[in-house]
Design a protein around this ligand. Structure first.
Ligand SMILES: [Zn+2]
Length: 267
């Protein structure tokens, strides 16, 4: 499932591949994913040029001159730029054809993705306006985390996975950041000290940046685009040994998501 690093890598790749291209034809093949795909895309996009590819949380923002195409990859969404378009398959829901003959294609087998259009500022769109600070910006730091956690008794892992608190930290990176910060995921958020908040904010930033640098779990090969598992310290290693102390990791459910931690290293 694409998390923030995968979405950021997609953004960087598409920035190189589609910015400056003029849209000629748009084909909406599926009326509804998680939300309906606006049919108006077929009439409003042609003639416009893609000016930039931005990101807010896990949403990709394609600035198309006086309007933006906003795409969320959901669980299984892929965006590919194809210089020589192949015929669309069953799970290819949206095609944006450019004047140079190439194509931007949205592929999503499980259909949890989202494609919307706004003629206003994307930041003010109802789906995006409530998203908290970006974890890779200076606005997100230990003092911010300390401030927003004071009145919240919810488990700290659920606090950092709440997009209104911080943008785009999903299950993988929440597990990894808490391990690195040596904080138990089920601690009430309000019990964190300023020093722990500092450590946690730094760990979140580090695990996201390292994942982006390593190419993340997202690999784009010649013909295949897929998410491949990377090696993590705790995520997906519920029956394994701690990489720090060698002890047995513990697996619990928090917010119905798998949560793995080391009872010896994390307090
Ligand atoms: Zn340990």
């Amino acid at each position: 499932m694409p998390e923030l690093p995968e979405v950021e890598l997609t953004r960087r790749r598409l920035e190189r591949e589609v910015v400056g291209k003029r849209i000629e034809v748009v084909k909406v093949r599926t009326p509804k994913l998680r939300l309906p795909i606006p049919g108006e895309l077929e009439t409003v996009l042609p003639g416009r040029t893609m000016r930039s590819v931005g990101r807010r949380g896990k949403y990709l923002l394609f600035d198309c001159e006086a309007g933006s195409l906003i795409i969320h990859l959901g669980m299984t969404g892929f965006l590919r730029h194809l210089p020589d378009p192949l015929l669309p398959g069953k799970h290819d829901h949206l095609d944006v054809f450019f004047a140079d003959g190439s194509l931007l294609r949205f592929h999503d087998p499980r259909k949890f993705g989202t494609v919307i259009w706004t003629s206003g500022s994307p930041a003010e769109h109802p789906l995006l306006s409530g998203i908290g600070p970006e974890p890779l910006t200076s606005v997100f730091d230990g003092s911010y985390l300390f401030r927003v956690s004071r009145s919240r008794r919810v488990a700290v892992k659920l606090l950092i996975m709440n997009a209104a608190m911080v943008a785009g930290v999903g299950n993988i990176y929440a597990n990894e950041a808490l391990f690195r910060a040596a904080i138990r995921p089920d601690r009430p958020a309000s019990s964190l000290t300023p020093a722990e908040c500092e450590r946690l904010a730094l760990s979140i930033r580090e695990v996201l940046l390292e994942s982006i640098e390593q190419g993340s779990t997202y690999r784009v090969a010649e013909d295949t685009v897929a998410y491949h598992p990377l090696e993590f310290d705790v995520y997906g290693r519920g029956k394994g040994a701690c990489t720090r102390c060698g002890g047995a990791l513990e697996e619990i459910r928090l917010g119905n998501r798998s949560t793995v931690f080391c009872p010896s290293c994390q307090h």
